[in-house]
Design a protein around this ligand. Sequence first.
Ligand code: FES
Ligand code: FES
Length: 166
Amino acid sequence: MHRELIQLDINGERRELAVPPQKVLLDVLREDLGLTGSKRGCDDSSCGACAVLADGVPILACVAIASCYQETRIITVEGLAVAGEPTPIQTAYGEAGGSQCGFCTPGFMIAIHALLQHNPNPSDEEIRETLSSNLCRCTGYMQIYESVRLAMRRMEARSAQPAAVR
Ligand code: FES
Ligand code: FES
């Protein structure tokens, strides 16, 4: 099978690999790079389980041709933590019971992280709109919503602290 050499910036690391020209980013992440956090949850671009950040914006990796993203900074769920420290939504999610089987969790993490980076104090409507882009078949969304609220409270408390104790 014909392959082409591409370079991708994944979680802050430049990776070079030979892939079929039409291979989607999700398959490259999972099959070629061993980054299995992003999931394939549907066949019709409707579940959001495959979401990753492309220059800070969530995209569906299941329909993104990998070679088109060579100039883009890609962050997967494995790369969300900064210097080993989980993001507020990663911590809050576990505490508020946002995850049950966990299959949808990586996609929600990406979507919510992007929302809170862009707007640390989103309205209920903005939170609901963000959550509506991802499917969870277990939780009924209330715990996920509560996770976002908890993460927001933590971020607010943290930003109120003097810089020396953050
Ligand atoms: S696997 Fe990408 S949207 Fe479902
Ligand atoms: S926790 Fe199971 S699909 Fe969401």
